[in-house]
Design a protein around this ligand. Structure first.
Ligand SMILES: [Fe+2]
Length: 290
């Protein structure tokens, strides 16, 4: 079956039909999907009621699935270790309150970020399966960071060219008050410095690479100036012309490129169940400066 690719927004985001994620894909289909992904940055596969095992198997076409390093909050599935739970319902079907540590940590996703940027070799992309979706919010918003880089005002451009920013998983604790990483978790995930302008290994294009939830330092700036710069960059980036807002339908699977996009989710009524399973594709190379 031939696949069809339909853009959903001029900046980024497209819908892919004609792929059954429950079955292995042939090299021709893989190429068509990969090309669409590189061109549109975020792609949605509607109507894909995959099991966690099928979700992981599909992810493996694109790289190795990450196994989340933090186990204390049970955001990593106890059933399928490659699954990260973006849910307010635990694996015993218990609705969790916003004040619970795991929910506090997940609330950081309301601010612009790219997944696993705190790793020495950050993630390539993520695949998120909407199992129970929100109707009161929970919209996942994406920004095309190639376009943002291309159109950065001169004053901001000068401040990011040739500069590195630090990405620290431990910053989540300072930001949203979830429990700090344990000694072991902190030792397993030391902060990483990455260029603020990066070159995409596949497309060769330059993009802005910053994260408002993990960047806790910028080369040559004190803490307050670093924070101000990251906030100014995020504010410039968050313009509708650079943004696709994904309104979920049940069993959408969304696949995005973590190297050239950032994302943030809108709040939803905490009494409403939201169950989403994510795989994260492990990076196999350092960030290359653009
Ligand atoms: Fe995320």
């Amino acid at each position: 079956m031939a696949i069809t690719v339909t853009p959903r927004h001029p900046a980024l985001g497209a819908e892919i039909r004609g792929v059954d994620m429950r079955r292995p894909i042939d090299p021709e289909t893989f190429k068509a999907v990969h090309d669409a992904w590189m061109k549109h940055l975020v792609v949605v596969f509607p109507d894909q009621p995959v099991s966690d095992q099928e979700h992981v198997a599909f992810t493996r076409h694109f790289g190795e699935p990450e196994i989340f390093h933090q186990t204390s909050l049970h955001l990593r599935s106890d059933r399928v270790k490659e699954i990260f739970l973006v849910s307010n319902v635990d694996e015993n079907d218990r609705l969790m309150a916003p004040a619970e540590p795991s929910q506090k940590q997940l609330s950081s996703a309301r601010q612009w970020h790219t997944d696993s940027s705190y790793r020495t070799m950050p993630s390539v992309g993520s695949l998120l399966h909407g199992i129970e979706i929100s109707r009161t919010g929970g919209i996942t918003q994406f920004i095309n960071m190639y376009m943002v880089y291309d159109e950065l005002p001169e004053g901001l451009r000068r401040q990011v060219e040739g500069r590195k920013a630090r990405h620290d998983f431990g910053m989540l604790h300072r930001l949203v008050g979830n429990p700090p990483p344990t000694k072991e978790e902190a030792a397993a995930m030391p902060p990483a410095w990455h260029p603020m302008v990066r070159r995409h290994p596949v497309t060769g294009r330059k993009s802005l690479y910053v994260s408002s939830i993990y960047n806790d330092a910028v080369e040559g700036l004190d803490e307050a100036a670093a924070r101000t710069l990251i906030e100014e960059l995020s504010e410039f980036a968050a313009q509708p012309k650079y943004m696709y807002r994904h309104v979920w339908e049940p069993h959408d699977v969304l696949m995005w490129d973590n190297r050239c996009t950032v994302h943030a989710v809108t709040p939803h009524d905490p009494a409403e169940r939201r169950v989403m399973h994510r795989t994260t594709i492990v990076g196999s190379e350092s960030v290359v400066a653009g």
